[in-house]
Write a protein that binds this ligand. Sequence first.
Ligand code: ME8
Length: 606
Amino acid sequence: RSRTAHAPPARLFPPPHWPLLPRLRRPFRAVFLPRRLCGGAAAAAMLRPPRRLPRPPRRAATAATGPGRRLLLSTPIFYANGPPHIGHLYSALLADALHRHRGLRGAGPGRLSTGTDEHGLKIQQAAAAAGTSPPELCQRVSGLFRQALTQAAVSFTDFTRTSEPRHQRAVRHFWGALRDGGSLYKGSYEGWYCTPEECFLPESQLTERRDAQGRPCKVSLESGHQVHWTKEENYMFKLSAFRDPLQKWLQDNPHAISPDPFYQCVLRWLEEDLPDLSVSRERSRLPWGIPVPSDSTQTIYVWVDALVNYLSVVGYPETHGEWWPAAHHVVGKDILKFHAVYWPRIFVHSHWTVHGQKMSKSLGNVIDPFACIGQYTLDGFRYFLLRQGVPERDCDYYDEKVVKLVNSELADALGGLLNRSTALSINPSNTYPCFSESCFPKVLDYRGTKGMGRASAEDYEFVASVASLPLQVASYFEGFQIYKALECIALCVRQTNGFFQRHRPWKLDRKDPAEQLWLDTIIHVTLECLRVYGTLLQPVIPHTADKLLSRLAVEPEERGLSSLTFLPRYHGKPCPFEGRQLGPDTGILFHRLEKSGRHQIETKKL
Ligand code: ME8
């Protein structure tokens, strides 16, 4: 990807002697961090022992991932130069689903951080264009992001604004750590600067165009944005010195970046030139940012400022050691290099396009998440983005697609199943009926079941696939493939509808005791399936899942993932739900959606 800094050749600035021994020094928490958790050049430089200072004693890492451990999940912090769109919401929903899933697994304390990125030339220019000041613009846009994420039920625990004093203090401290560790030097720097991308671009990533007045100009090959020749005295970060350790770290940690194609992509970048990085701007050109400590002629580069949000949110430089390095960052592919080369463990996703085109303000095709939630309901839209978004490749947005998917999977398949299996005509006692072992006996090999009970080989196969669903879903969440988890659930819902349909319970005669046993068993199996789907869907469609589980009389403490069982009666174990009165019928689980118009943002608003 193109956001590469263009810098003087690294050989002019020989790398210092430094083994990448990731130790923290006072006032950081004195913790020895295992090498495998310390990727990212800036993070590693910050963790490197400073020159001439005694090394702190070794101690075991206290923060690592795994069951029962802490985890800081994050979204990118979004630029406060325009309103939120569905791409931003998608990142946040992925992180939210992971966060909720973890909570339901009882996986230990977790935090989900998000926020707004408020400094830099881009914001300065957007404020000027909107006829306002940067602080006022940021206040307004940051509010819109907070509102959108809240409205979308994103369970964030922290919202960082980079203009906050606590964040600025952390950035200044981080700068000091880089400087004291010998990773910064001052150099004269020139190159093509792309403001919308907030980075320098090399010639190889530029092309010629004509501007509005017909004059030739250079633009970024990838984004089409115009670049400007910029010559400045800047502070440089010795990024080139980190190539070998980064390569080694990534090779030792193949899951540091998921999905795999993005991991491979970062390895390829590291085989190319990795020039040093300009990490400050002249203050006269860029007053809107954090000044370089002890050099008021320079402003800290917005990306150094922004990346530190992952530290400042957990109290850097005092208390971050409780959460670091157990941090997982969800990011879009556009900012992968900033994260994967300068920072550690990343979940990367591709982009949403609209009718095949990149979403952009200039094209006027930006999709407004507020309008989408209003039209498709909160859970409907959350479900669509997470079910349809595939991290490995770009996904195209169409309103028709939302309506079709949500109607077929949530309204018809899931809602229909609940409706059919709880209808008074079929379940007049409104209870979770009993399972009969004689109708559905336990067998070792279901292919030889002819003549035993009432269940067919197909039924055994279907019950086996629902039984394996919780583990399958957990492993897809773990691998950042939430869309695959939802695909599996949707498939099981279809199979359950097939099971119900196949046995036509409405044709069974309740007055015949044998028929009654089978009828109850069919409903019991169906409700067990619905209970599993409701539980597994909580991280994605929290309101609908709550409605479903409440209808099945599943108590809040029975909704965790770690204690999720399926059809225990089949295994001869008691089922706590059997015989229980169902919850009140609060109406249709999910109303079918109407087709609607486009939801573009009115760009003039800001
Ligand atoms: O880059 N589809 O902020 P940003 C999917 N402030 N996701 C999309 C998307 C699309 N079409 N467009 C944007 C920045 N995103 C920096 C980040 S982090 C320390 C600093 C999502 O407002 C995606 O997550 O440009 C992408 O990485 C992010 O928004 C970029 O947001």
